[in-house]
Write a protein that binds this ligand. Structure first.
Ligand SMILES: C[S@@+](CC[C@H](N)C(=O)[O-])C[C@H]1O[C@@H](n2cnc3c(N)ncnc32)[C@H](O)[C@@H]1O
Length: 340
């Protein structure tokens, strides 16, 4: 991989590439990627500094990437795409772009909708101000649609890797089942049998993901502050890619983010021991994303030096600066990075 790509930095598990992801995707081998997970720039009315496409051209633009993603995924691979809702210009009417895109992804490219997810972010600020705060005719939009698409009907997936804690009621039920329920056919038609009270180590998660996006004290933030560099304006929280990477891939699998921004996906993949390739076309985001990977035993000055080298177009191998394996907490194959 070193020979093929002009990476900006490489870690033990992956490569951060500063380029247009269309180019890089083209160069990747077909049927090689286990999971592409990404959050593209949305067709926002209030543009972010990295630029956002207008709504009329957005779908065709994104489909060019999606076609290549389809080609590059393994037959049991998945494509997870996070899309924020937007309003149409000047009216309190929502754009249907995320739904139109979904239809085209399935009808024109051939993806299957394995499941639709909704990411509820309670920390989202109310917007647009005109409809929500001033006129008070619309509620706060705090849910993104996250489409989980697959190339075939049976993508690799294991929900038991992403179980959530049992509710208090379920914990009591597991302790003394006879006190709380009797196996029987419910009015809904569900046949609740004896197995209902078996402790499986956690509950099946739902497709509503409640994940606040409120990170403000991570290694990345602290390092950006020390270097007097602005943080990326539209990061997703680590828990979002973590959920899908754990559920849809195994250790050693390849995860790709084609709109990588501050490289949250790369970091999470690294922690979960997945190989990764992240692609971001803005060099400033690429260079500051290196802060995510280097532990605090390295001084701010050294880190800023690395950041500057990347900005000068140098290729960095930072694997020696990363925490050693002993700094990872390995618990039932759930690997967490103790330093971030
Ligand atoms: C919503 S942000 C992704 C943020 C990321 N999920 C994170 O946690 O930091 C989308 C990113 O896509 C990048 N981008 C836009 N077009 C691109 C392209 N053709 N190739 C690579 N990156 C692109 C933008 O510069 C922006 O940083």
């Amino acid at each position: 991989m070193d020979k093929i790509f002009k990476y900006s930095y490489k870690t033990r598990m992956g490569f951060m590439i500063n380029d247009d992801s269309l180019q890089v995707l083209n160069d990747l081998t077909d049927n090689e990627i286990n999971l592409v997970i990404t959050s593209p720039p949305f067709p926002l009315l209030r543009k972010k500094e990295y630029g956002n496409k207008e709504q009329f051209e957005y779908i065709d633009w994104l489909l060019t990437f999606a076609k290549l993603v389809y080609k590059k995924l393994t037959p049991d691979g998945s494509f997870v795409i996070d899309l924020g809702g937007v309003y149409q210009k000047g009216v309190p009417i929502r754009s249907l772009y995320n739904f139109r895109l979904l239809l085209k992804l399935c009808d024109e490219i051939g993806f299957n909708l394995a499941e639709e997810f909704y990411w509820y972010n309670p920390s989202k600020l109310p917007s647009p101000i005109e409809w929500v705060n001033k006129r008070k005719i619309r509620t706060k939009d705090s849910v993104n649609t996250v489409w989980w698409l697959s190339k075939t009907e049976n993508p690799k997936s294991d929900v038991s890797k992403v179980l959530v804690p049992y509710s208090e009621r379920m914990k009591k039920l597991i302790k003394s089942p006879s006190k709380f329920y009797k196996p029987k056919l419910r009015p809904s038609g569900h046949n609740i049998g004896k197995n209902f009270s078996i402790n499986n180590g956690g509950a099946i998660p739902s497709n509503l993901l409640n994940i606040p996006n409120s990170e403000s004290n991570s290694l990345y933030f602290r390092r950006c502050k020390a270097a007097n560099i602005k943080t990326h304006p539209a990061r997703f929280p680590e828990k979002l890619p973590k959920f899908f990477i754990k559920m849809l891939t195994d250790e050693g699998d390849l995860v790709v983010d084609i709109f990588a921004g501050s490289n949250t996906t790369g970091l999470v993949s690294e922690k979960l021991l997945r190989k990764w390739i992240s692609i971001e076309n803005r060099l400033d985001y690429v260079s500051s994303s290196v802060f995510r990977f280097i532990d605090e035993s390295i001084s701010n000055n050294q880190i800023i030096e690395m950041h500057n080298l990347i900005n000068d177009g140098k290729k960095l191998d930072i694997s020696n600066y990363q925490p050693t394996q002993s700094l990872f907490d390995v618990d039932n194959k759930n690997v967490t990075y103790s330093l971030s």
